[in-house]
Design a protein around this ligand. Structure first.
Ligand code: ATP
Ligand code: MG
Length: 204
């Protein structure tokens, strides 16, 4: 047994679907911050996407498993999809800390999301639970105003102008999503007709 603390990245997202922008961001943070593992955490019902049409959690979870399977340092967690109700980052971090009391957590998030987090009322508690790594994202200027610099690092990553919104629109229109998402995810989307009018249901 080693007494060294594990360094664990936490990449939360709706992942509807997961794409190469997510994977490159996680890989880059893992390299720069010397992480032992990155846990991908698909959200349950995202609090900020209420009223929007989000695919069933089980589809999003399975696509995340497929996308992360080939990387020995990437894993996928069910903590958010198994917890009833809306997903809040504070609960995600609390659950992961309980599962891994010997780990230092690094919460990885995009430029668009970090600015929202800074405005949340439980933000002071969040900064104590993990170190936050804000990654640049094409189309979003990262403003550091109001972010506590001792708890948040900014990291520029190779720009991949990919969004799940665009992948869904392409799938709906019958346009290719090859090379925007991992091959297994392309095949999963096709198999279950995701983002089409007649998507195949999964048990949830
Ligand atoms: P949607 O278009 O449905 O909002 P998305 O592409 O933004 O989906 P999310 O699941 O919402 O994907 O994103 C999860 C996290 O990954 C967020 O913190 C987001 O900022 C970050 N992220 C998403 N796409 C990229 C990208 N291309 N480069 C870097 N970070 C990204
Ligand atoms: Mg988004």
């Amino acid at each position: 047994m080693t007494s060294e603390r594990q360094r664990v990245g936490v990449m939360g997202g709706t992942f509807d679907p997961i794409h190469h922008g997510h994977l490159v961001a996680a890989s880059e943070v893992a390299a720069r911050f010397d992480l032992d593992e990155v846990v991908f955490v698909p959200t349950g019902q995202p609090s900020f996407k209420q009223g929007q049409d989000v695919s069933p959690a089980e589809h999003r979870y399975l696509m995340t498993v497929i996308a992360t399977a080939s990387n020995p340092r990437f894993t996928t967690s069910r903590v958010d999809i198994d917890r009833p109700g809306l997903t809040y980052t504070v609960d995600t971090l609390r659950d992961l800390r309980a599962q891994r009391p010997d780990a230092d957590l690094f919460f990885i998030t995009g430029a668009d999301a970090i600015e929202q987090i800074a405005t949340w009322k439980n933000a002071p508690e969040l900064w104590e639970m993990a170190h936050f790594v804000a990654v640049t994202r094409p189309g979003h200027v990262l403003s550091v105003v109001g972010l506590p610099s001792e708890h948040v690092s900014l990291l520029e990553i190779p720009a991949l102008s990919i969004s799940s919104t665009d992948c869904r629109a392409r799938a709906r229109a019958g346009d290719p999503v090859w090379y925007l998402v991992p091959d297994g995810v392309v095949q999963y989307i096709t198999k279950y007709r995701l983002y089409r009018e007649s998507a195949v249901k999964v048990a949830s």
